[in-house]
Ligand binder design. Structure first.
Ligand code: ATP
Ligand code: MG
Length: 338
């Protein structure tokens, strides 16, 4: 478990340089001490509770999650081998895919089948394994796109040069977040000129435009260089320090160990284990299903160029959309990550 008094690493800037050492308190330190490390275990104060969430693609059972509780204010890692169903599970919870069966409660309220922009209004947002930053828009325009998810308003309409108080607030919030993520110097650059890691930062910053309480990040560190990874890790801890709940998908076990309070392991659509990072690292079933093939994965081994090409392909899909399309429609269509 992450220790409140553990030393913090230096934060990297978006250009890879180092900024400062900033301590992040962990408001949920000790909260899992009495939680049993078994699949479906009860949490003291769950923000999200799911029951019988299932999804099949043809004959393939992609997701078959009986029961899961996510502790409020904690960082929960969702890990598992490629094809385990992590992204599909995220899609089902966040309104980007339709489940076969599902009962999902956010703060006790049923959110099954609720559209993604409505979930954003209710404080629940997600980012994508392959970033959805739009290359032919500037960074600040991409940020404003995040705010339209809150209102359900068309992004294109929000771009019209009508200067309303709400738009001024949106721009102020975007600038604040760009500052927080050390991206201000890229404010007016086209997002297509950013590195893969910088796009990941923009996407996380954009997700925060709606001031969410539950932030779901699908592989936020994949393909990101080590300096930027430190920056992203710092930002994730910063979200927890503000009392927000984070669920993130990650393959790198060092990253998982560094920032997670709790780890949920998926394999073949099911949750096969839950526990603290130490519990999970010592679980033979997990080692067998997952760690055996992944525990040596080093982020520097990832082919960043290949990931960049995949992202570019996604830009092509998103950019072809006609004006007037809601951003969630753009994202939903581009999110086939099989
Ligand atoms: N749109 C789709 N149509 C058909 N099969 C799909 C679709 N999306 C996902 N799948 C399949 O569902 C299973 C779960 O995929 P998913 O992308 O959720 O896994 P994952 O755990 O996120 O994997 P990774 O770690 O590689 O991102 C895989 O077998 C995948 O091929
Ligand atoms: Mg995935």
């Amino acid at each position: 478990m992450t220790d409140e008094n553990s030393p913090e690493t230096a934060l990297g800037n978006s250009d890879g340089s180092e900024t400062s050492v900033r301590p992040y308190p962990n408001p949920v330190a000790g909260v899992f001490d009495d939680v049993s490390p078994v699949p479906g275990s009860s949490k003291p104060d769950p923000i999200l509770v799911t029951n019988l969430v299932t999804k099949t693609f043809g004959g393939l059972v992609a997701v078959d999650v009986e029961h899961l509780e996510i502790q409020r204010g904690a960082i929960t890692a969702l890990i598992g081998p490629n094809g385990a169903g992590k992204t599909t599970f995220f899609n089902l919870l966040t309104g980007f895919d339709k489940p076969n069966t599902s009962d999902v409660r956010l703060d006790g309220e049923d959110i099954s089948g609720v559209a993604s922009y409505r979930l954003a209004q209710r404080g629940m947002v997600r980012t994508f394994q392959l970033t959805k930053v739009l290359s032919r828009m500037t960074v600040i325009e991409n940020m404003k796109l995040g705010a339209t998810q809150q209102t359900g308003e068309s992004f294109w309409k929000s771009m019209l040069p009508i200067w309303k108080p709400q738009e001024r607030e949106i721009e102020e919030r975007a600038d604040e977040l760009l500052d927080r993520f050390n991206l201000t110097h890229m404010r007016d650059e086209f997002a297509g000129t950013l590195s893969g890691g910088q796009r990941k930062l923009v996407e996380m910053a954009r997700a925060l435009m709606t001031d969410p309480w539950l932030v779901m990040l699908d592989e936020p560190m994949a393909g990101v260089n080590p300096a930027l990874t430190q920056s992203l890790l710092g930002h994730v801890k910063g979200l927890r320090a503000e009392g927000r709940t984070v669920i993130f998908v990650e393959h790198d076990m060092d990253v998982v160990h560094d920032i997670s309070d709790w780890v949920v392991v998926m394999s073949e659509g099911m949750i096969i284990a839950e526990g603290t990072p130490d519990d999970i690292a010592a679980d033979p079933q997990v080692i067998d299903a997952y760690l055996g093939s992944h525990h040596d994965t080093d982020m520097s081994d990832l082919d960043v160029t290949e990931i960049d090409h995949e992202v570019e392909d996604e830009f092509e899909v998103a950019d072809k959309h006609p004006p007037g399309a809601h951003p969630s429609e753009i994202e939903a269509e581009g999110d086939v990550e099989a």
